[in-house]
Design a protein. Structure first.
Length: 72
């Protein structure tokens, strides 16, 4: 199973932008995630087509499993 930590940010035009981090260190500490998101916003290093990140909207762990089938 592949896990990712998805950080959700509000942008200047009111849309949602996401950053995904593969294989996050667990357990996830909410305070650390919030602080990290606030630092990303303050650094203004990401810009999207809907503007800069202006707020943290949420974070979530996405757990995904993939089954490959060989078709001959």
């Amino acid at each position: 199973m592949a896990k990712t930590l998805e950080l959700q940010f509000g942008t200047e035009l009111g849309k949602t932008a996401r950053i995904s981090i593969d294989n996050p260190k667990e357990p996830i500490e909410e305070e650390v995630v919030k602080l990290s998101m606030d630092q990303i916003i303050a650094a203004e290093i990401f810009t999207t087509s809907t503007g800069k990140f202006v707020s943290s909207k949420g974070a979530r762990i996405v757990d995904r499993s993939v089954v490959d089938y060989e078709l001959e």
